[in-house]
Design a protein around this ligand. Structure first.
Ligand code: ADP
Ligand code: NI
Length: 234
């Protein structure tokens, strides 16, 4: 029954040894092994940061910590961007992992729902599942695109796509369609206006909003300095 996960050094589940800490340890091992060749913005360390941030928010929001931790750890286990747009692989992998760990059905269903709904963009499709724990994991994922880390991820992504840092002649385009957004080759600074500066108003929880405000402020200061240095003013 557990053969699919045998390559990873788990403590194999028996009814007596499965406590929550052990399941979290096993989830970490599973995610690290699965994402070992992932690109820099979606690797184990992205998961690690989202996990830590989500735990932090959960403490303040009194969300169910076990669900939040598993949701954060498994949220990008198979990002559809890297699987030909297939959105069913991630939830399916998470479900079979959780079942292999004898996680109870209610927790498993909740974590799978989080993974299915975390990248809900608003607008077109109706969001059918809502929970505090989903709100928390979604906030933590968004926070990783903001602040010092968010700046690093954006320029890393821009470099990966061979984009310019900045071009004063290419103005940000806030009205991009989903298609334009995907294939755009604009300078990385434009991404701040098209996505990163919009995130603070999309946060769900009070704790998330507070963290987002600080990270937003930091990005603002960053771009101000960027333009001044660009012109040799400071
Ligand atoms: P998600 O985190 O929801 O999977 P993305 O894959 O779009 O979202 O983003 C991953 C990281 O890469 C984020 O930090 C994001 O800001 C950055 N990124 C995405 N698109 C661009 C872009 N056009 N220019 C610069 N950075 C980008
Ligand atoms: Ni993510």
């Amino acid at each position: 029954m557990f053969t699919r996960f045998n390559a990873i050094k788990f403590i194999q589940p028996t009814s007596s040894n499965m406590n929550k800490d052990q399941i979290i340890e096993n989830a970490i091992a599973y995610v690290k092994a699965t994402l070992k060749d992932a690109e820099g913005g979606h690797d184990w360390w992205h998961i690690y940061r989202v996990w830590k941030t989500a735990k932090q928010i959960a403490q303040q929001e009194t969300g169910k910590a076990f669900v939040v931790e598993l949701g954060a750890l498994l949220h990008d286990i198979a990002d559809s961007k890297f699987h030909d747009g297939d959105e069913s692989i991630g939830p399916a992998k998470a479900r079979s992992f959780l079942q292999s760990q004898q996680v109870d059905d209610a927790t498993t269903a909740h974590v799978v729902n989080i993974i299915e709904n975390i990248s809900f963009k608003g607008g077109k499709e109706k969001q059918v599942f809502k929970s505090l724990e989903l709100d928390i994991v979604q906030d933590a994922d968004r926070l990783d695109a903001m602040g010092a880390i968010g700046i690093a991820r954006a320029f890393n992504y821009g470099g990966f796509k061979n984009r310019k840092l900045y071009d004063p002649e290419v103005k940000p385009n806030l009205m991009k369609s989903k298609e334009q957004y995907k294939k755009n080759a604009d300078p990385t600074i434009n991404h701040f206006y098209e996505k990163l500066f919009l995130l603070k108003d999309r946060m769900n929880t009070a704790a998330g909003k507070q963290m987002a405000a600080a990270r937003h402020e930091y990005m603002n200061e960053y771009v101000d300095r960027f333009y001044k240095e660009w012109e040799g003013e400071i």
